[in-house]
Design a protein around this ligand. Structure first.
Ligand SMILES: Nc1ncnc2c1ncn2[C@@H]1O[C@H](COP(=O)(O)OP(=O)(O)OP(=O)(O)O)[C@@H](O)[C@H]1O
Ligand SMILES: Cc1ncc(COP(=O)(O)O)c(N)n1
Length: 267
């Protein structure tokens, strides 16, 4: 039996809805063996982020070495990287062990407003990591921050932003439309030539904690299984739509999505 493997390099969410925890649950649900390198510990729940404890860069590197020198990975996903130092370290390791299919989720700010990436690290992200990415998965505010441009308000503006982001070097841009208005949640995939749109009904729910992490790790799972990028994205869109559609009322704030919903729908 072929065992597909994916590595997530991201922050830990003690609340279990985002970060490493969301990534590993997603890998498991999609039939991929998940491994991890933790970049930061967060004390976090549905009410927000109470504290962030970054991991020393050499300790992040040590985890990546342990995984990639033995188990290996068919795809890698990066999430919360917190600092320019960690970004530089991770990019160096990716170059050392690569090239491997790589999904870069440029996590910057948690839903509650806490900074998960230091402001001065955006330039390191642009310079070091984006050229290595197979797929870059910004949400609307992250796309604006990388481009240094004002807010994106429509699908048309998202398409134009995706084209400009492509110049930073990723092979695909997947610009997520969760933060825009409208009856549909529309995401844009751009590969330098073709624009593809991925649509779903927009659920009127507040339980969307971890949607970005879950989407990016679902794409990485698809790449690990050797799916072409547009198919990996289509599967991820189905996965996250099911997960949001049956989001969990846990805690007093923004609850997590239901990672098991996709499997339940299919059985
Ligand atoms: N209310 C919703 N209903 C349906 N789909 C949604 C909804 N909100 C987000 N999505 C979808 O979820 C996926 C993640 O998009 P989103 O823009 O929320 O990412 P994100 O902002 O990075 O997530 P996070 O807030 O966890 O960082 C996209 O496919 C998006 O279209
Ligand atoms: C460790 C970690 N990584 C990423 C997110 C973003 O997820 P969200 O925007 O849904 O809070 C998070 N909250 N925590």
């Amino acid at each position: 039996m072929t065992v597909y493997k994916a590595l997530t390099i991201a922050g830990s969410d003690s609340g279990g809805g985002a970060g490493i925890q969301a990534d590993l649950k997603t890998f498991q649900e999609l039939g991929v063996f998940g491994t991890s390198a933790i970049t930061a510990l967060t004390s976090q729940n549905t009410l927000g982020v109470q504290a962030v404890f970054p991991i020393p860069p050499q300790t992040v590197g040590s985890q990546i070495d342990s995984v990639l020198s033995d188990i290996g990975a068919d795809a890698i996903k990066t999430g919360m990287l917190f600092s320019a130092e960690i970004i530089t370290l991770v990019a160096g390791k990716l170059r050392q062990y690569g090239p491997l299919p790589l999904v870069v989720d440029p996590v910057m700010i948690a839903k509650g407003g806490a900074a998960l990436l230091q402001a001065e690290a955006v330039e390191a992200l642009r310079r070091e990591l984006l050229p290595l990415a197979t797929v870059l998965t910004p949400n609307v505010p992250e796309a604006s921050a990388i481009l240094g441009e004002p807010e994106i308000r429509s699908v048309e503006e998202a398409v134009e932003a995706a084209k400009r982001l492509f110049a930073y070097g990723p092979r695909y841009i997947f610009l997520k439309g969760g933060h825009m208005d409208g009856d549909e949640a529309v995401d844009v995939l751009y590969d330098g030539t073709e624009v593809r749109l991925y649509r779903s009904p927009r659920f009127r729910t507040k339980h969307t904690h971890g949607t970005g992490c879950t989407t990016a790790s679902a794409i990485a799972a698809g790449l690990a299984k050797r799916l072409p990028v547009p198919e990996a994205v289509a599967e991820a869109k189905r996965f996250i739509t099911a997960a949001i559609g049956s989001g969990l009322e846990i805690g007093g704030g923004i609850g997590p999505t239901n990672h098991a919903a996709w499997r339940a729908e299919r059985s």
